[in-house]
Structures are given as C-alpha cells and as structure tokens.
Design a protein around this ligand. Sequence first.
Ligand code: SAM
Length: 239
Amino acid sequence: MDKEAFFTLHRELPREGPGCPEDVLWAIGVAGTHGEARICDAGCGPGADTEALAEYLPEAWIDAVDLHGPFAEATSARCARFGPRVKAWQGSMADLAGPYDLIWCAGALYFLGVTEGLEAFRPMLTRAGRVAFSEPVLLGGAEPRAVQDFWAEYPAITDEAGIAARIAAAGYRPLDTRLVIGAPWEAYYAPMERRIAALRAEGVSDAVEAVLREGETEIAQWRTAPERIAYLLCVVEPE
Ligand SMILES: C[S@@+](CC[C@H](N)C(=O)[O-])C[C@H]1O[C@@H](n2cnc3c(N)ncnc32)[C@H](O)[C@@H]1O
C-alpha cells in the first residue's frame, strides 16, 4: 500500500482503532492505577486514549509513543493543555525506559505479538506494574463470510482462550477482560466515513482513491456484523 496515500486518509482522525474513554476508565479501575502513577500509552496513534488517561488521572505522568511521527505530534498537540505531565514522541514501544505502573496498549500489541510484546514490556514495569491491551478476538461459532473477510489480514487472530494462552506463555496472569464491541467501533469508523466523503469532494489521486475504497470495504464489512467483530481488552500482571 502507498504509505503517503494511507496517511492521507488516516491523518486527522480522532483515533486509529476502536475504543472509547469508558474502556480506559474500566482498565485503570481494574489495574488500580491512581495518584502520581507513571503510565505509557504504547502505540498511541493520535492520542485519544492518552487524553482520556490524562483526564481520568489528573496527577499521573504519561508518556505516549508511536512509530509514526505525525501521530506523536498530534498527541503532543492534543495533550498540550496537560503541560509537562504528558509527553509524546516518535519511537518504538519495544524500546522504552520506564519503569511504568501501567502500560496501556490499545490495538497495537499485535504488531509485536501478544506474547512477544508482553515479554518486551516486562522489564519496563514497576514491581506492581500492569499492562492493559486490546487485541482482535474471535467470538466462537461459525463466522459469517464478512467476519472472515474482515480479519483476513490478521491470520494470527484467535479466541479468548487463545489470547489467554498467549498471556500465560509470556508469564503474566489476567486480572480481568472485557469486549470492545459496537459503539467503540462506531467511534473509529464514523469519523473515517466523514473523512472519506470530504477527501472525495476535494478530488484525490488514484493511489488515495484506492485507500478510500479499502476503508469503505472495511467499514461495510464491519457494518454487516458489528455484533461479531470485537477486540478483547485485557488487564494483566506479571506472575
Ligand atoms: C491500530 S493503531 C491504534 C492507535 C491508538 N492506540 C488508538 O487506539 O487510536 C496502532 C498504532 O500502533 C503504532 N505502532 C505499531 N508498531 C509500533 C511500535 N513498535 N511502537 C510504537 N508504535 C507502534 C502504529 O503506528 C499505530 O499508530
């Protein structure tokens, strides 16, 4: 895929994957994160969850890291009002100094692999440190064609038991899980739909048009079976 064309669609979206502030609130409750905690938003995208973390935890110190520089810049701008307690930069989540009381990683751990990513995070955690991450999940039973097509580019997708096995293989135990389904996906796709329409109205190159069509196909597949397409949000700690 043409990277520049991809980011023409993806720049200026409020978030880069499904999620909502309530997920963040739930996870920090399960993790027991409070006060002047040190937190990392690993693979922060444009910073929607960084902002929620900073709002829910007004004394916390938050680092936000993304491989894609413009996302780190967007997160910095979005969180400027929190002052020095929120810092965002371009970098790899596999290579962080820490130590962190909580590593929040929404829709990004699969770039490293669940087991490999959790292993990489371990030395970056404080003694009581915890990780919250969301990961594509199969809900079980026969999957409609649209769901199979939706996940075609992520063949490593597994079900809840499969994710639990990957967590255990990294030497972590789960504290709690919940599904990210329905509204948090609308929060991702509705702004994308609006951006597709706005870009088309401006007129786009063939390369961008191809990206817009891919986006539309993905959204159409999701709309076919929104009750079958989910992430599992997991809060875990090292054993
Ligand atoms: C699906 S997006 C999710 C972004 C954000 N967490 C959200 O929910 O809006 C995944 C993000 O992970 C970033 N990413 C991928 N591999 C990474 C790595 N090794 N270190 C840091 N960020 C990474 C991508 O650039 C992308 O912004």
